[in-house]
Structure formats: C-alpha cells, structure tokens
Design a protein around this ligand. Sequence first.
Ligand SMILES: Nc1ncnc2c1ncn2[C@@H]1O[C@H](COP(=O)(O)OP(=O)(O)OP(=O)(O)O)[C@@H](O)[C@H]1O
Length: 254
Amino acid sequence: MNARILEIEDLTVSFDGFKALNNLNFSMDEGELRVIIGPNGAGKTTFLDVITGKVKPTIGQVRFKGRNLRSMSEHQIARFGVGRKFQTPRVYLNLTPRENLELACNRNKGVFSTLLGRSSVTERRTVSGLLETIGLVAKPDIQAGLLSHGEKQWLEIGMLVAQAPDLLLVDEPVAGLTDEETEQTGELLISLAQEHSIIVIEHDMEFVRQISRKVTVLHEGSVLYEGTIEEVQNDPRVIEVYLGQQQEEVHEAA
Ligand SMILES: Nc1ncnc2c1ncn2[C@@H]1O[C@H](COP(=O)(O)OP(=O)(O)OP(=O)(O)O)[C@@H](O)[C@H]1O
C-alpha cells in the first residue's frame, strides 16, 4: 500500500463565523490523481488555499508528507513540495516557452542571472524534456503570448513540474479549452501522475471521466461522497446537490 501524502483531519475554516470548510476529513496516497467536484461555494478553492497555507485552519489540521503544515508559511509549504496551478495561466507572455521553463528551472538561482547567463547543459536537457512532456517541442522559441489558451495552460503546468513538487494542485485546467485541448490536458495530467500526486478541481464531467480514478465530492464545506466516477454519477445525493443542477444548466443553455 502506498504511503499517505496528505491527511486532513476535522478541518474547519471560518470566515467571520461562516464555515467555508466544516469538519472536513480527507486523505490521499502518494501517486494518486484525485478529482474534486462540487457545486459553487462548496469550499473547493478554500480547500486548496488551506493546503498551500494561504488560509490557516480555524480548527483541525493538514498533514503533508507526515508534517503538520500549521506553522509553515505559504513559501515554506511550496518549497516543501506543494505546487499550485491557478485557473488563469501565469506565464511570461513576452518570453518564449523555453525561456519560461528555464526561469522555472532556475527559480532558486535568481531571475537575472538566468536571463543574462547561459543555461547549463543539464538545465537545457531538463527544459527540452519538459517541452516534450507538455507537447510544445514544435514551438519552443515563439512568444508565449502567441500560444493558444490550452498551450499556455500546459506551459504553466510545465513550469510547476520544473520545480519537482510532490503534490500538484490544479484548479479548473480545462475551462475555456477546445475539446481537443481538453483531451490533451487529460493525457498530460495522467502522464504526470506517474511521478507526482495530483489534485484536480474540475466542473467538466466529460474531462473528469477521462482522467479520474477516485472522485471526492464536496458540499457545504464537507466531503459528501467519495468513489469512482460511476459510483459518484449514480449517487442520489450527488445528483441532488450537484449533477442534477449541472444537467438543468445544460438544458437552459441549449
Ligand atoms: N475570504 C472569505 N471571506 C468570506 N467568505 C469566504 C471567503 N472565501 C470564501 N468564502 C465563502 O466560502 C464559501 C466557499 O467558497 P469557495 O470559493 O471555497 O467555494 P468553491 O467550491 O471554490 O466555489 P466555486 O466553484 O464557485 O469556485 C463560499 O460561500 C464563499 O463565499
């Protein structure tokens, strides 16, 4: 059995008395690719905020690699192995994909020395490996601003991977992507899951079906249900609070 990478016990986060997370319990093993779904306001973003240290638990604890994160700053937690990908890509648009990845590989060595100096052979090999992983071998030297939205997302994922995080948190990676880009993003995350533990928050159920092994459903700040995608889709409570509403939205939009 794999070791636990993340263990969350009795976690409550209150904002002025309102419980965004309410006595939440959660755990995942090393090497898992876990998808988290749930209606708007369920607490998904707050859940990621607590893992990265942006928000501290009001009650309860988050243990990552066996260590309670309470006393650690956001920066320390990032260095300890938690990488986070936000919804909007945060890449340097005026630099090329190769330069963006070089910066990420050298983040600890200082930005200016990287821009001015030559990268070492090892770093170049790492960068070319990353370009291959994220499917940008054909476009290493164009301005990142000219990449499609999906390609920018992959570039940012590559920049996170360059930091070799143990746990990768990915917030709605396929919002606004084409069907083809969505599928390629799924393939990328599945391939990364061989070396990293990954949590993905997503609303796109087609995408969830593509990538997921185990799905956690959040509702009103707690775990409502956990299971395979088939189990989740057939659970009456999940249908009532989330999937049923999604169906209605699709019909209304049609
Ligand atoms: N800083 C804050 N102060 C007060 N309330 C907050 C704060 N952050 C989040 N909340 C509230 O906590 C609840 C959970 O919010 P959260 O953003 O975590 O949900 P979510 O599941 O990510 O929703 P969405 O899918 O819409 O992004 C919401 O009701 C939100 O209004």
